[in-house]
Write a protein that binds this ligand. Structure first.
Ligand SMILES: *Cc1c(COP(=O)(O)O)cnc(C)c1O
Length: 230
């Protein structure tokens, strides 16, 4: 049952927050609904979920329109191809996955043409190796001013996906690394950049992420169950 799963995940977020001396209200749960039908989104909604994450524009847009509830916040968490930017609109409150300055420039220009400002997170590959997407910490620092100059986006924080592992403790250095990188970047006081949000932690490691400072956890399987293979 989605409602039981949701209650359990919330409870675990609360416990991890308490362990770390954090206010559980400072952590937002993004229920990852990718590869799940609108009916399951509605089931989660009825159980109290209000924030959902999708990773493909072409899957998300019709789903958002079918679900059609005004008090849901949709987040885009997947790799965004430049040829899909034209489909972006105010449907998405937050894009977690901006992984280059050139992508940010294109999103910004698109949003300026729609006369709006899109909130985004910058995706970082903390380990600096073996990941498909994300800037290295050096690239991030080099480009921060550039991100700050773009008028069609507002940077709100950082996101990371650690290397796949069954042991959540393997993710810990990447989560603490993202937090430390954020602190370093914040100290640079770059105009136009806010770095309050840390999006990190999925089904296997969200408790560890909360202990290390996550403000957004992206949890799919633990709430929605196993995804339908495409
Ligand atoms: C699929 C996905 C998740 C959720 O993964 P689970 O292991 O099912 O919780 C989180 N973040 C991103 C970027 C994803 O693509």
């Amino acid at each position: 049952m989605i409602s039981d799963n949701l209650a359990l995940v919330r409870h675990q977020i609360g416990e991890a927050a308490e362990k770390a001396g954090r206010n559980p209200d400072s952590i937002r749960l993004v229920v990852v609904s990718k590869q799940n039908p609108p009916e399951k989104v509605l089931e989660a909604y009825q159980a109290g979920a209000r924030c959902f994450g999708e990773n493909k524009i072409q899957e998300a847009v019709p789903k958002i329109d079918e679900v059609h509830l005004p008090d849901i916040s949709w987040h885009f968490i997947g790799h965004l191809q430049k040829n899909k930017i034209k489909y972006l609109d105010s449907r998405f409150e937050l894009i977690h996955s901006v992984d280059s300055l050139s992508l940010a420039e294109k999103i910004s220009a698109h949003c300026e043409s729609q006369e709006r400002v899109q909130a985004v997170l910058l995706q970082v590959n903390v380990s600096g190796e073996d990941a498909k997407f994300g800037m290295t910490p050096t690239e991030l620092k080099n480009h921060l001013k550039g991100f700050g100059h773009l008028n069609g986006i507002q940077v709100r924080g950082l996101m990371t996906i650690p290397p796949q592992s069954d042991d959540p403790d393997d993710s810990r250095p990447f989560f603490s690394g993202l937090r430390e990188l954020r602190d370093e970047c914040q100290a640079l006081k770059i105009q136009g950049i806010q770095l309050n949000e840390l999006s990190m932690g999925m089904t296997n490691d969200f408790k560890t992420a909360v202990e290390e400072g996550a403000t957004l956890v992206r949890v799919g399987t633990a709430i929605m169950g196993k995804r339908n293979p495409e």
